[in-house]
Design a protein around this ligand. Structure first.
Ligand code: NAD
Ligand code: ZN
Length: 345
């Protein structure tokens, strides 16, 4: 079969590789119908994730058809169409019982990380009963793939951890696929105002189409001054960081209102400066973490909601064997005006 293989920092190839086989009775082999490229794959390619070693097939988002089933699998059979969760989990260990699937004693984020991932013709899914999801009849497969990672990430780590409530004023720093997923899923909670912040005017324009009430362009405008003007000097109820650099976390600390929440979604490669002296006096809660995908079953039920349609995030479509071309486009997202690229077998 063909697979996108990490060959060391800066190097990748779409090459022939052995088709995966069942290794444990709880495994399923899935034939990929749709997969995507995620910002995390670009981090890996840069060499920012040293736990990913050369030879690894990348990718952790996908939809496919069950090809082969291990003897202990009870929820799936050959021929079923399934959604693959970016986090594989046993569902039985102490952490899984607390819905901390990202910290499963025998799983977590391992697809395209410590085991081979979804950017291939076939993938092996461990603990398939708990790591795959049956899909609703007639579901749009393109929308579904957004539920492997980015939609639950935006909802769990941005909206839920940020305790977004009806009527709140929220600000999302970063209008990439993850920030946009926060924007879309926050609308389930009816915030009064959603302010999207980014330096890319094309992304801010898309954000307005997806339901942002206000946008602020970094570089062209003073973000903190604009927020204070919009909120009569109070700040925002929830500030959500969806970039992963010290400057954007700093912005969140400056724009959050007294009693508010900062929800950090971005993956930080460097330490950030924490202004306890200012946050303490404002009674601020800070949260952060890895997506657990424990809201995927709930998000599956929302598919078909036109206002929060995650398929809106897809800007480019390729055939699976155009993987290298898709990386070229996604790797130059600003130039190509790309948000989410999808590959179909
Ligand atoms: P992305 O790179 O596609 O988008 C980031 C956006 O931030 C871009 O639109 C960019 O223009 C904007 N940006 C960059 N610098 C900025 C600044 N100084 N001020 C305002 N905007 C700025 O990334 P993405 O795929 O949307 O992911 C966002 C973050 O979420 C990444 O750090 C990613 O690793 C992380 N992530 C976290 C989890 C989790 O489990 N918590 C899961 C998936 C992704
Ligand atoms: Zn577990």
């Amino acid at each position: 079969m063909k697979a996108l293989v990490f060959q060391g920092p800066g190097q990748k190839d779409w090459i022939e590789k052995d088709k995966p086989t069942i290794q444990k009775p709880t495994d399923v082999i899935v034939k990929i119908s749709k997969t995507t490229i995620c910002g995390t794959d670009l981090h890996i390619l840069k060499g920012d994730v040293p736990t990913v070693t050369p030879g690894r097939t990348l990718g952790h988002e996908g939809v496919g058809i069950v090809e082969e089933v291990g003897d202990a699998v009870v929820n799936f059979k050959t021929g079923d169409t399934v959604l693959i969760s970016c986090v594989t989990s046993c569902g039985k260990c102490a952490n899984c019982k607390r819905s901390l699937y990202a910290h499963c004693a025998d799983g977590g984020w391992i697809l395209g990380h410590t085991i081979d991932g979804t950017q291939a013709e076939y993938v092996r899914i461990p603990h398939a009963d708990h790591s795959l999801h049956p899909i609703p009849a007639g579901a749009d497969e393109e929308a579904l793939v957004m539920l492997s990672d980015i939609l639950p990430t935006g909802f769990e780590i941005g909206v839920q951890y940020g305790h977004v409530k009806p009527g709140d004023t929220i600000a999302v720093v970063g209008a990439g696929p993850v920030g946009m997923s926060v924007l879309l899923t926050s609308q389930f909670l009816s915030p009064g105002r959603i302010i999207m912040i980014d330096m890319d005017p094309a992304r801010l324009e898309l954000a307005r189409q997806f339901g942002a009430t206000d946008t602020i362009q970094v570089g062209a405008e003073d973000v903190v001054a604009r927020i204070m003007e919009m909120t009569h000097g109070k700040g925002v109820d929830v500030a959500i960081e969806a970039v992963g650099v010290p400057a954007t976390f700093d912005t969140c600390q400056k724009i959050v209102a007294a009693g508010g929440n900062i929800a950090n979604v971005g993956v930080h490669g460097k330490p950030v400066e924490l202004h306890i002296e200012e946050l303490w006096i404002k009674n601020i809660n800070i949260s952060m973490g890895l997506v657990n995908t424990n809201t995927t079953p709930m998000l599956l039920k929302t598919l078909g909601n036109a206002r929060v349609d995650p398929a809106k995030l897809i800007t480019h479509r390729f055939a699976l064997d155009e993987m290298m071309k898709a990386y070229e486009v996604f790797g130059n997202a600003a130039r190509e005006k790309a948000m989410k690229v999808i590959l179909s077998a």
